[in-house]
Design a binder for this molecule. Structure first.
Ligand code: FMN
Length: 383
């Protein structure tokens, strides 16, 4: 019996490793404090095809140094509801043992489509904690050992930068030099079964720049990502960094697997309600923001009840992803202000707050189809 179980577990592990990552023509980047389960739920309502990433979870918060699960951590960090079939869990860490065990734990209890290793975060908080995040790019063999351990339990991809330097003084214009070390990294890591690399087309500066500044300078160099794909045609390369519209997605991903969008997807999620049709050639799942808000308000009501515990209310967290739904449109300010004003109102549910806020948005905006610009008369906009 025990032998049969061991064989079955091994077969399941083999199947997990053989499973393929979903097609990633368009994805939303992992972003701490943003791409939580609520944001992903909202985004999934407006796109069924996009690949979505979780916030980074450090492997050590899930398992201890021996690989044993930490009590309760799985549910706290990994739980999500349905809709997650094209969602990738991003892990941070540098120990093959810990990353392997964290991947096993995540895949055993939570149905992610795959796991991604963070080799792109330059935050001193992360990069300074031993060799971790972008600093890992300097040790391709270590990354190869990590992904080997992870790949036993899940399809794995790696998110990295085009290069890494200690400080801005070390930045160089020599694209060949940069490319050579990127290619060495990718070649070494891909030997362990990773075929997808998401490359933020900007060098990471490990010290002297805030994480925010590290996403603005130095300049992006998308040509290096294109070169990587053309010299490694068997790999699936996804470009990232200042891809700021659906048009950018189409233009920047030419010849690649796809493009990943970060900040712009939070800044104006509705802009991406056309990606299923324009990028994947499928039907857009939602007809208007009225329909989207209705579905999301139902979710908020359910999540508010199910996730409340020990005095914690998820209300702020569930409302946050909706705040920018009307970005750039008439009624955007009034919608946000109403959520702000009502979010503590105990007589309303979280969904009720959203419904009340939507009353301040002109009907033409609420009913505009994805990609359609609503024409709103000045009086209606001011109302
Ligand atoms: C608030 C914030 C949090 C982020 N958190 C992560 C993270 O957890 N893991 C990661 O690999 N990258 C993280 N990033 C970087 C993004 O995934 C992305 O690579 C970067 O923002 C560049 O893409 P963009 O120009 O489209 O925003 C974060 C970025 C932002 C703005």
């Amino acid at each position: 019996m025990r032998t049969a179980l061991i064989i079955m577990a091994a077969a399941l592990r083999g199947a997990a490793a053989l499973a393929k990552l979903p097609l990633e023509r368009f994805s939303v980047a992992p972003m701490m404090d943003y791409t939580d389960r609520h944001f992903r739920h909202l985004f999934r309502l407006l796109s069924r095809e996009s690949v979505l990433y979780t916030e980074m979870v450090t492997a050590n918060t899930l398992v201890d140094d021996t690989g044993a699960p930490r009590h309760g951590s799985g549910d706290r960090w990994l739980a999500h509801d349905d809709h997650e079939d094209k969602t990738i869990l991003q892990l941070g860490g540098s120990s093959p043992k810990v990353l392997g065990a964290a991947t096993e734990l995540a895949m055993a209890h939570h149905s992610y489509a795959g796991v991604n290793l963070n080799c792109g975060c330059p935050s001193e908080r992360v990069a300074g904690a031993g060799c971790f995040g972008a600093a890992l790019m300097r040790d391709p063999d270590q990354v190869a050992s990590c992904v080997k351990a992870m790949h036993r339990h899940a399809p794995v991809s790696v998110k990295c930068r085009i290069g890494v330097v200690d400080s801005v003084r070390d930045l160089s214009d020599d694209e060949d030099e940069l490319y050579t070390s990127l290619a060495r990294f990718v070649e070494t890591v891909s030997r362990e079964g990773v075929s997808r690399f998401i490359v933020h087309a900007r060098v990471a500066v490990l010290s002297g720049l805030s994480p925010d500044a590290n996403r603005k300078v130095p300049q992006i160099m998308p040509g290096i990502v294109q070169r990587l794909q053309s010299e490694f045609p068997a790999l699936e390369i996804v470009t990232n960094g200042e891809v700021n519209s659906v048009d950018d997605v189409l233009a920047r991903s030419t010849g690649l697997q796809g493009a990943m969008v970060g900040r712009d997807a939070c800044r104006r999620p509705w802009h991406y309600a056309v990606v299923d049709e324009e990028v994947f050639g499928a039907a857009n799942p939602v007809k208007s923001r009225r329909a989207l808000l209705d579905a999301y308000a139902h979710y908020c009501d359910r999540a508010e009840v199910e996730l409340a515990h020990d005095g914690y209310s998820p209300r702020r967290a569930v409302l946050k992803p909706a705040l920018t739904l009307f970005h750039g449109d008439a009624g955007a300010g009034a919608f946000k202000r109403t959520i702000d004003a009502l979010h503590k109102d105990a007589s309303l549910s979280a969904g009720g707050v959203l419904r009340a806020a939507a009353e301040h948005v002109p009907g033409a905006v609420l009913d505009a189809a994805p990609g359609e610009r609503a024409v709103v008369r000045r009086e209606a906009a001011a109302a």
